[in-house]
Design a protein around this ligand. Structure first.
Ligand code: ATP
Ligand code: ZN
Length: 703
């Protein structure tokens, strides 16, 4: 049975032999069907059969009845190949070349053949080979020297010159040969490290279909104007960030969120550029285009992190300028004590400075690229390093620990106003507030059909509530710091004990009623916290603007500390206080009203940042989907990355130590030293490339 790879359909029964026949006919008409083709064919067939037919479940059913299996495609399917490829190719390339050269060198040394060959080949021929082969490198070295700079290849050029001086032409040639190979492998690896970014960028939609003067035309995606409606057909990429104004579709947002489960989009839904409308068509009102879209920003940020490779090179060069004098001293000492020119040359040749500088950034770049594909945006390797050392985790409540969609559960009249009248006043006061509680009040008012007046004046008090003037009267809705007498009400005690958030309503300075709201904790939170504890992070604290009882009802079951009734500036002060005590603070917030605290933290992690500029801007790391499991995952990524960095550094140090001692004592023949010189760089590249692999984290939902 031909298999169909797809992640975008859910099964729901709907039998239709007719459909199946249509699908089979359509699919058979497409040679070499791939997943999307089959779905497209199926959809086209069904639409032809029944124009109203765009129900994914029914299409899936039909596909299966037509004799095609639907198979869950793992989110990493596309992403793990390049890496496997990378390691394999480097291994083959390097193993082949390196092995051959090493063999020739060792055997040549052993039988004294190298000597013999050297005598056979006249020196001008060696010089020609070296000159031609090494020209691009020597040019850079000389150019840098001219500007008073030392670069990573300077040292090797010294070594090569030393080899020539002592008449070891083959060794000099081998050095040049490996300098070139090293260059090649490095650019190859850089290319691979960049692959993640490129793959990301390649996902950017190129064209958009818009309606102008009544005709549908295709225009470059950057030329869509804000506010213009774009049309997206089944299987097409959404070209802009916007709001659905017509149609219905199953949208695959994995390019942005890393989440392979598609979401349903209908009028009112926010959609993001680079997601794919799997089934169904959409009409979208454009809000953002090109680099301004969430996806555009992700690509830009990852590219920025990647472009620090330039810094890597400078770092390598700077390190070389410290390393060079050390090696020159060792070489001088070697010559002074042993009078062995060959050993001295071997010291110069075997030292490898660039690998010290490569050790850290190569690993960071690999991790940042891999994380981006998972929907985790990391703004620089620096933050991975800080995260590894972090010892305090602060957490925001609404929208972070909870879903941020509170429901009004109770309306309590405290005066002679009815529940409806209180709701009506509160909804009017909250009319222009963006707070989730305001939204809850408005929704309840709408559901109960109470009239909502337009306020004449409106003022939001952050962390407390709102103040408005309605029909000439002052209405205040807020917590007990806004309306202190609220907390003393006997009616409040019971509701507070249930962990509810209370909104007191006052009219002309007199409390007239209260509303109680309850939010839902995110379901993956307990498991994520268990993982966080298992990682050894024990100082976890919930910091919230809500009341202490609401905070306690969430924090206690999770076994974490809490501080409540905080104003936004209190949160920043708490972060600072921890920092002053020498702690390294990680803060997880929803990124909108917590932006200042996120920015103040050593590492600020914004949750569910897709679509939120402020969150992406303020935080150091952003989770593009709202999934708490990504938090322990981030800690794990930072540990993995730093582990690889340390291994890289350790390996390089051991290598240089061993190489230099062997060379100085004359135990390392010059040609062999030349051949071994490339090992640390390759080791680092291979070791770091492990980080490009998708993590086995269980984040990808099981099939
Ligand atoms: N528009 C509003 N209407 C009613 N109450 C409000 C409003 N805005 C804020 N409050 C009150 O202030 C408290 C804290 O405000 P807010 O949620 O903005 O702060 P926060 O620190 O981001 O909260 P959290 O820690 O829950 O995420 C809320 O729990 C609520 O009691
Ligand atoms: Zn090197």
């Amino acid at each position: 049975m031909p298999s169909l790879k797809s992640m975008d359909l859910r099964i729901k029964g709907l039998d239709c032999a007719e459909c199946a026949r249509h699908v089979r006919q359509a699919v058979e008409a497409v040679p070499g069907v791939a997943s999307v083709d089959v779905l497209m064919a199926a959809q086209k067939a069904l639409i032809r059969f029944d124009p109203a037919q765009t129900d994914p479940a029914r299409i899936r059913r039909a596909v299966e009845q037509a004799g095609y299996a639907l198979e869950q495609q793992s989110a990493d399917d596309a992403s793990d190949t390049p890496l496997g490829d990378f390691s394999r190719r480097v291994l083959i390339l390097f193993g082949g070349v390196f092995g051959t050269v090493l063999f020739v060198v060792v055997v040549g040394e052993w039988f004294g053949l190298l000597e013999a060959v050297t005598r056979q080949v006249p020196w001008p021929l060696w010089l020609l080979v070296i000159g031609l082969g090494g020209y691009p490198i020597f040019r850079n070295v000389v150019k840098a020297a001219w500007q008073g700079r030392i670069i990573a290849h300077t040292l090797m050029t010294f070594g090569m010159t030393a080899a020539i001086v002592v008449g070891e032409w083959p060794a000099a040639t081998i050095v040049v040969f490996f300098m070139r190979i090293g260059e090649y492998v490095e650019s190859f690896a850089a290319e691979r490290a960049r692959h993640a970014v490129k793959a990301l960028a390649a996902l950017s939609p190129q064209t958009a279909r818009v309606e102008r003067n009544g005709v549908e035309i295709e225009v470059p995606a950057e030329e869509v104007s804000i506010g213009e409606a774009v049309i997206v057909r089944p299987g097409e990429k959404i070209p802009v960030d916007g709001e659905v104004i017509g149609g219905q579709a199953t949208v695959d947002q994995s390019a942005i969120t890393g989440e392979s489960m598609p979401v349903e989009a209908a009028p009112g839904t926010q959609v993001f550029a680079s997601s794919i409308a799997r089934l169904g068509s959409l009409r979208i009102q454009t809000l953002k285009i090109g680099a301004d879209t969430t996806f555009g920003r992700v690509v830009t940020l990852v590219e920025e992190a990647e472009s620090r490779r330039g810094e890597v090179q400078r770092l390598a060069d700077r390190f070389s300028s410290y390393f060079l004098p050390i090696v020159l001293t060792i070489a001088a000492l070697t010559f002074f004590f042993t009078r062995n020119a060959l050993a001295t040359a071997a010291v110069l040749v075997v030292a490898c400075s660039c690998s010290f500088a490569l050790a850290t950034p190569i690993a960071m770049i690999a991790s940042i690229g891999a994380a981006a594909r998972q929907g985790i945006l990391i703004k620089g390797g620096k933050y991975l390093e800080i995260l590894k050392r972090a010892d305090v985790l602060l957490i925001d409540k609404t929208g972070t620990l909870t879903l941020g969609r509170p429901q009004i559960t109770d309306i309590v009249p405290l005066d002679d106003l009815s529940a409806e009248e209180i709701l009506s006043l509160a909804a009017a006061a909250e009319r222009d507030s963006e707070h989730p509680l305001a939204e809850a009040v408005r929704l309840t008012a709408a559901a109960r059909g109470v009239p909502v007046e337009k306020p004449q004046e409106f003022e939001a008090v952050p962390g407390q509530g709102v103040r408005a003037r309605i029909a000439g009267r002052e209405v205040v809705v807020g917590n007990s710091s806004m309306i202190p007498e609220g907390a003393r009400l006997p009616e409040a005690v019971d509701l507070l004990e249930q962990g509810k958030t209370l909104l007191f309503v006052s009219l002309e300075g007199k409390i007239v009623g209260m509303l109680a709201a309850a939010d839902t904790i995110r379901e993956e939170v307990p498991a994520a916290f268990a993982q966080i504890r298992a990682l050894g992070l024990h100082q976890v604290e919930l910091i919230t603007g809500d009341n202490p009882q609401a905070a306690a009802s969430l924090a206690k079951p999770l076994g974490i500390a809490y501080r409540a009734s905080l104003l936004p500036q209190d949160k920043i002060a708490i972060v600072r206080a921890y920092q002053q005590q020498g702690h390294i603070v990680v803060m997880v917030g929803d990124g909108v009203n917590d932006a200042p605290a996120l920015a103040q933290a050593d590492v600020g992690i914004a949750m569910g940042a897709a679509g939120s500029d402020i969150a992406i801007e303020a935080a150091h790391m952003a989770l593009m989907r709202e999934d708490w499991r990504l938090v322990p995952e981030l800690f794990a990524i930072s540990r993995r990355t730093l582990g690889v960095v340390h291994l890289n550094l350790g390996f390089t140090a051991v290598y240089n130590l061993a190489g230099l001692s062997l060379a100085a004592t004359g135990l390392l023949p010059l040609p062999l030293a030349a051949a071994l010189q490339a090992i640390p760089d390759i080791g680092i590249l291979l070791n770091s490339s492990r980080l490009l692999k998708p993590y086995g984290n269980g984040n990808v939902p099981a099939a």
